[in-house]
Design a protein around this ligand. Structure first.
Ligand code: ADP
Length: 298
């Protein structure tokens, strides 16, 4: 409107001064008014677009952060559900075993042994859960310093396997290829936890009597540990996510296996602290292969 008004006023002024209405359309005055008009239009469109882009980016970012918050909230809820279950069930089951032992004084020796070994297994389960929780809490606090022990990885791996074999009583077929006396500078307790978590997962996420292959070897600069199972496998789109804190596949209510979603987070964080890494790929014909790479000079 201002443009039209200004144009009309200039037109009248031009006629008054030059007494020629036709020449006005080609005059310098109208060209200057048009130029000014287009400059303002471009300026408004430009400012508007910048404002719109900023608005879109802010909305997108807010949406992303809300979704992240929501996912974190769901994972924490799942974690609480699973931890409650994980703590409750071994306590309840070993309480029943102890109550049976207390009440039935004349139980046969083999029954007594069975109840005792069940209770010991329950305590082992509780112990490994509590150790994982403590380790996760320590790693969270950024003050966690890894030890610099000279660790014999070959011995650590073999002893983890024989301990797990004892408690799982041949439920899985272990195939091992462990090169003796492979040493690394690192935290003995944390590295034991890495290997324990990976082998326990290979058992948890595979079926009875399937094979689990554990290999340990050296390359020029690195040490490679591989744990391969013939279990349920991990879909490609989940392969990166499983290393996040509390992340578990599927919904807690429908999930069959026990766990807290902390194991692989701990594995990943501990290996990062040792300047190493962990990755997962598909095994053939089924299952997963977890590969740990640790630099010899870690
Ligand atoms: P948890 O076992 O306590 O659930 P983890 O952090 O150890 O937590 O593992 C995260 C998820 O990754 C598991 O819930 C499981 O779905 C998947 N996962 C881990 N290891 C394996 C494996 N060997 N085979 C198939 N799935 C696995």
């Amino acid at each position: 409107e201002a443009y039209t008004e200004k144009k009309e006023l200039s037109h009248l002024n031009y006629i008054y001064q030059n007494n020629d209405s036709q020449a006005f359309e080609n005059s310098a005055t109208i060209k200057a008014i048009d130029k000014e008009y287009h400059r303002k239009i471009y300026m408004i469109i430009g400012e508007g677009s910048v404002f719109l882009i900023i608005l879109l980016v802010v909305t997108l970012k807010m949406n992303q952060s809300l979704q992240r918050e929501y996912k974190m909230h769901l994972q924490q809820k799942n974690f609480l559900l699973s931890i409650t279950h994980e703590l409750r069930s071994p306590i309840a089951s070993s309480k029943i075993s102890l109550q049976t032992l207390e009440k039935r004084k004349n139980l046969a020796r083999d029954k007594i042994d069975l109840l005792l070994s069940n209770s010991i297994n329950d305590m082992d389960r509780l112990q490994s859960l509590v150790e994982n929780l403590l380790l996760a809490a320590k790693i969270e606090g950024h003050s966690f310093q890894i030890g610099k022990d000279t660790c014999n990885l070959s011995e650590i791996t073999s002893s983890v396997i024989s301990k797990i074999r004892e408690t799982n009583e041949g439920s899985r077929i272990f195939e091992t290829d462990i090169k003796p006396n492979i040493f690394v500078l690192g935290d003995q307790m944390a590295l034991t936890s890495v290997i324990t978590n990976l082998i326990e997962n290979a058992i948890k996420y595979s079926v009875e009597a399937s094979a689990i292959k554990v290999s340990l070897r050296e390359q020029v600069k690195d040490i490679i540990i591989k744990i391969a199972d013939n279990g349920f496998g991990i879909p490609d789109k989940e392969k990166k996510k499983i290393f996040k804190k509390f992340y578990r596949l599927g919904q807690e209510e429908t999930r069959q296996t026990k766990g807290t979603g902390l194991g692989l987070y701990i594995v990943h964080r501990i290996l990062s602290l040792h300047k190493g890494k962990v990755s997962v790929r598909d095994n053939l014909p089924c299952g997963s292969i977890f590969e740990v790479v640790l630099p010899k000079t870690a």
